[in-house]
Structures are given as C-alpha cells and as structure tokens.
Design a binder for this molecule. Structure first.
Ligand code: ADP
Ligand code: MG
Length: 279
C-alpha cells in the first residue's frame, strides 16, 4: 500500500476580517514520492493550503498530519517541519531577501546549525545542480524573474526536503526558464521528493502529474489520476478547467476512426503525433 506523507482532514481557515472561509472542510491525502498537480481558479484556496503545509498558517480547525503525526506547532516542531516541507513561492520577491545569491541559499541551512564547511559544500552542490553558480555574487534583486525562480528553488532544495511545494512556478517565466524549472522538478521526483504544484497549465498538469487535486471555493472537489479528472466534464465545468489539448485531439481522432480508442490515451502531444506518423 502506498504511504501517505501528508494528510489533511477537514481544514478550515479564514483570513482575518475577510468574512469567508479560504479553506472549508479541506481534506486530501498526498502519497510519498507523488507528483501532485493542484488545479482550481484564482482564489480557490491553493496558496492558503500550501502555507498551512509548512505551518506558516495554522488552520482554525481540522488537522494536518505529516508522516502520520499531527503537525507540531511548537517552535522546534515548526523548524523541523520547514526543513522537510519547502515552499517555492509564486513571487520570488516574497522569498529572496539576502544580499547575494550565495548568502541567500546559505541562510536557511546555516540556521539549521549546520557547520560552515558543510553548509558551503551543500550550497556549492545545489548551485552547480541548478546551474546558477555563475551569478553567486549578484544581489538577488538584480536577477531576472527566471533567475530568481531558480534561486528560490535552490533555497528550498539545499535543505534536502521531503516535500517541495511549487506555487504556480512557471507563471511569468520565459520558455527557457520554464524548461529549466520543469527539469528541476523532474530531478526532484527522480530523487524521491514529493512534489505538489499549483498550475493553470492543464496540458502540463496532464502530462506531468500522477495525481490531480481539484480545488474549488476552499474545498477539494476531487482527487485522482489526471486521466479520470479530465474525463469528467461536470467537474471541469464547476472548477472552470479546460481539457488538455492532447485529450481533445485524441478524442477527435478516435471518433474519426483514425486512432484506436482501446489503446491507452496519450499524455503528451509528442506521443499522439508519433502514433499518427506510424499510420
Ligand atoms: P489561490 O492560491 O487558489 O488563488 P488563495 O489561497 O490565494 O487562492 O485565496 C483563497 C481565498 O483567500 C481567496 O478568497 C482570497 O481572496 C483570500 N486571501 C488570500 N490571501 C489573503 C490575504 N493575505 N488576506 C485576505 N484574504 C486572502
Ligand atoms: Mg495562489
């Protein structure tokens, strides 16, 4: 049976003075090592949930379980949690505050009480991996949006987290940086890290995720394999989601008798095209 690394049960949370629930009976299970896409309109509660996952916000009621244990909101509990559950914020300017890239990435790990030498080694390794060593001395505010995003990811990875949460990582990035971010995400999964990602890119979510969570008005409407989620028109309508292009095209080609509907549906456009070229 798959192991659940993070479990939410009936979370409720509202921002002070807002008069409505940002999370309302919010429940889900995240399997260890999974690639989980969070889908839902702006304001549905994705970021609020993410901020609960590493204890920045504490739900008013309901329980979050990390590795089977209810979250510990003591100072030590939160420190331990933030090592293990890292968030890459949607806006890097909310994450980066140090004078240089090197200092930025060192900050968190030095705070853990790691020796200077061990921290240096870890920071150098992650800068190599993310290919950002060339701007190590640059102040973070002088970086491009894409570079800032890579530094934010390095910030989180240097802590060797078990879960990495990415809040709309590709919004406002150029195609080159989208590729670099996607590659970094692949590397995380290859290392066994659980990745939770909010995205509006249904094509990417469909191709990438092994689990999709549909959120609407502070609740989880449905959690399941993307193939099932995107095959449910009523669900997509409620959550204001569109179907992935590859699914639309596959359906049309099956209806026209060009492709065999009994074969497994392709997840990527390239897969669909390669089936067409062999015809
Ligand atoms: P999403 O990330 O899915 O776009 P959010 O979690 O940011 O959704 O927002 C959920 C709800 O909480 C929305 O109604 C939003 O307006 C509200 N909200 C989010 N952040 C704040 C905040 N800092 N103060 C007050 N309300 C907020
Ligand atoms: Mg958000």
């Amino acid at each position: 049976m798959e192991e659940i690394i993070l479990k939410a049960r009936n979370l409720k949370f509202s921002y002070e003075g807002s008069g409505h629930m940002a999370l309302n009976d919010f429940s889900l299970d995240i399997p260890r090592g999974a690639k989980v896409a969070f889908l839902g309109s702006n304001g549905s509660g994705k970021s609020t949930f993410f901020l609960c996952c590493n204890g920045i916000y504490r739900p008013e009621s309901g329980t979050l379980y990390y590795n089977g244990k209810p979250m510990d909101y003591s100072r030590k509990g939160l420190l331990d949690l933030r090592k293990k559950v890292g968030i890459v914020f949607q806006d890097p300017d909310n994450q980066l505050f140090s004078a240089s890239v090197y200092q930025e990435i060192s900050f968190g790990i030095l705070n853990l009480g790691v020796s200077k030498e061990a921290a240096k080694e870890a920071v150098e390794r992650i800068m190599e991996e993310m290919d950002i060593a060339s701007y190590r001395e640059k102040p973070t505010h002088a970086l491009s949006g894409g570079q800032k995003k890579l530094v934010s990811i390095a910030d989180v990875l240097v802590m060797e987290p078990e879960i990495v949460i990415m809040d709309e990582p590709s919004s406002s990035l150029d195609p080159k940086h989208v590729r670099l971010v996607n590659q970094a995400v692949e590397n995380m999964s290859a290392k066994g890290i659980t990745v939770m990602m909010a995205t509006h890119d249904v094509d990417y979510a469909f191709a990438w995720a092994d689990e999709a969570v549909v959120i609407h008005e502070g609740r989880v409407l449905r959690q399941g394999p993307p193939q099932e989620i995107f095959a449910d028109p009523a669900l997509l309508h409620t959550a204001n989601l569109t179907r992935p292009a590859v699914m639309e095209m596959y359906d049309i080609l099956c209806r026209k008798g060009i492709l065999n509907p009994d074969a497994p549906a392709p997840k990527k456009l390239e897969e669909l095209l390669s089936r067409l070229t062999v015809l």
